[in-house]
Design a protein around this ligand. Structure first.
Ligand SMILES: [Zn+2]
Length: 553
């Protein structure tokens, strides 16, 4: 941060001496663009824009907003001119863009909405961090001469959020999306249902949120038989979710909703006990882990329920992909339930081992829901457990229990998204080994350099690599109860993730990335995000108990 401070001070000094061009900020764009060549000169930013008619209308709106921001920041009137020239270039790919900055002007080319907004994100990252605000920037803004051509390595660049174990308001979700957009992520995986709370309003089943969104306490640390006795919960109305979808779309982000089935359903079962094998009674879970209480898939009404829920999901979320979970579904209830056993018989499942028989039954559930969604033009993503039993062709596998699920899927001609908990992509894991300082958490170890060094092609044969659609980090929130703690776990690891997702292998360079970290910290501070300062040698978060008591001397 010391460095940024000196630079902004210099910019003011130059302006005070009557020089017309402020000093450009050093080029520290994250994720690093694919091709960059920097010049010696600088361009003095003025709000004179030409947006050619070839630019898609919605992109033109964002460019016009950017012009207004430049006008505010420079204190000059926005007007038509040739200082910034935006035009559509159909030779570029869907998320590609090119920027040419000379001392005279800035030319921006892209083919699509995302291409143009990513170009704007890059230009903003080349300006003082105050550009993210609404105020005047003293001394004006200069852009370093540069020629940039950029395109992402992966089409799927995701970040996940768990609003079930702890609930995040719509405003907090938007703030999360804002910082994802800075780093050019384009998928937001919203995990909307869990044992500990159902968070999505479903008009046809009001009790899902009247009953299922609330629990009577939350486990204290890992003392499974205790809880704090404090009623906890919340949910998103359909109107709020539509608002988030629209907000994300403006940022170039598709929201992928997850309805986790047939396990992780205790909250739904509490609301509608008739959907379980035993009929309950059930209670929205107050502890973490894996419950044996899952949907009864011997009953037709369970499928009617799921189809009705997914119909409302599809109505709210335009995403081509719907995540249907499929993880951690114990088969104990199915082994004892006459209806589930009858279903197995009907399906010709003769497997004697109850776990294997249950996996085959889960394959049936996955395939049936997959077909229902396919009939409505949607595709499914499932956690890697859906590979157990028989393969589910056509589904996209989200590999979380290490990388093997994704590798197996790709080798079997199926698409996969890599989110391995073993390789630094579980952002609920600790960021340092200083457990006497780290805020109490679930465990694990995912320091920023580990996140950065992950390569999703590791172990994937070359001929199967095209099946790796992309990369995502997951942020589960069992032990994360405040927005400050959530942001502390997200940042700055999100910056490292973005280079895994965006940069070609040869363009990744932890040394270069490290030099850009002060700039990221300035950005978080300016925008009011909490972040982990372990990179700067300072671990811990005020207000959250550390994982372990401080060692006594
Ligand atoms: Zn059953």
């Amino acid at each position: 941060m010391r460095k940024s401070f000196i630079i902004s001070a210099m910019a003011v000094v130059f302006a005070a001496c009557g020089q017309k061009v402020a000093e450009p900020v050093p080029f520290e764009v994250v994720p690093q663009p694919m091709e960059v060549s920097l010049g010696q000169g600088a361009f003095k930013v003025v709000p004179e824009f030409n947006i050619e008619e070839s630019v898609p209308a919605e992109a033109a709106e964002r460019i016009a907003e950017f012009q207004q921001r430049i006008s505010q920041a420079t204190g000059k009137k926005a007007r038509a001119g040739e200082a910034f020239d935006f035009y559509a270039d159909p030779t570029l790919g869907p998320e590609e863009y090119a920027i040419d900055i000379t001392a005279e002007r800035v030319i921006v080319r892209a083919a699509t909405y995302n291409g143009f907004i990513f170009a704007i994100q890059t230009l903003k990252q080349m300006m003082p961090v105050e550009i993210y605000g609404t105020g005047r920037i003293k001394g004006g803004i200069a852009l370093q001469e540069a020629s940039i051509k950029d395109a992402p390595r992966f089409a799927y660049r995701g970040m996940h959020l768990d609003p079930c174990r702890h609930f995040w308001s719509i405003d907090e979700v938007k703030k999360y999306l804002d910082i994802m957009a800075v780093y050019k992520l384009n998928r937001f995986h919203w995990h909307l249902t869990e044992d500990q709370g159902w968070r999505m309003e479903i008009k046809k089943y009001p009790k899902l949120t009247e009953v299922g969104a609330w629990r009577n306490g939350t486990v204290i640390r890992k003392n499974w038989d205790t809880n704090d006795g404090i009623r906890y919960g919340g949910f998103y109305t359909q109107e709020e979710m539509r608002e988030v979808v629209a907000y994300a779309a403006k940022l170039g982000i598709t929201v992928i909703p997850e309805i986790d089935l047939p396990g992780h359903m205790v909250a739904a079962l509490t609301a509608y006990p008739e959907l379980g094998c035993t009929g309950g009674p059930y209670e929205v879970w107050t502890r973490w882990g894996v419950s044996e209480e899952v949907l009864c898939v011997g009953k037709e009404e369970t499928f009617t329920f799921l189809e009705n829920v997914l119909t409302e999901v599809m109505d709210i979320f335009p995403s081509e992909y719907i995540h249907i979970g499929g993880d951690e579904c114990p088969k104990t209830r199915w082994a004892e339930c006459p209806l589930c056993q009858a279903r197995m018989k009907e399906l010709g499942i003769r497997e004697k081992n109850p776990v294997k028989a249950g996996q085959l039954l889960q394959n049936y559930v996955t395939a049936r829901i997959q077909k229902f969604l396919a009939d409505h033009g949607r595709k499914v993503i499932g956690w890697d457990e859906i590979l157990e039993g028989e393969l589910a062709p056509g589904a996209t596998i989200m590999s979380w229990r290490g990388t093997q699920g994704g590798i197996q899927a790709a080798k079997s001609d199926m698409d996969a998204i890599m989110t391995p908990s073993s390789d630094g992509l579980y952002f609920d894991h600790y960021q340092t080994r200083e457990l006497d300082k780290e805020p109490f958490g679930i465990g694990g170890y995912a320091p920023i350099d580990k996140v950065y060094s992950y390569d999703p092609y590791n172990g994937v044969p070359e001929e199967a690599q095209h099946h790796i659609l992309g990369v995502q980090a997951n942020l589960w929130t069992e032990y994360i109860a405040t927005p400050e703690h959530l942001e502390y776990m997200l940042l700055p690891r999100l910056a490292a993730l973005s280079e895994v997702q965006w940069c070609q292998v040869g363009d990744k360079d932890y040394g270069r990335f490290s030099k850009a970290m002060d700039r990221q910290a300035s950005l978080y501070e300016f925008l009011g995000y909490t972040y982990c300062r372990a990179f700067w040698g300072e671990t811990g978060l005020a207000g959250v108990e550390p994982a372990e008591p401080a060692a006594e001397n």
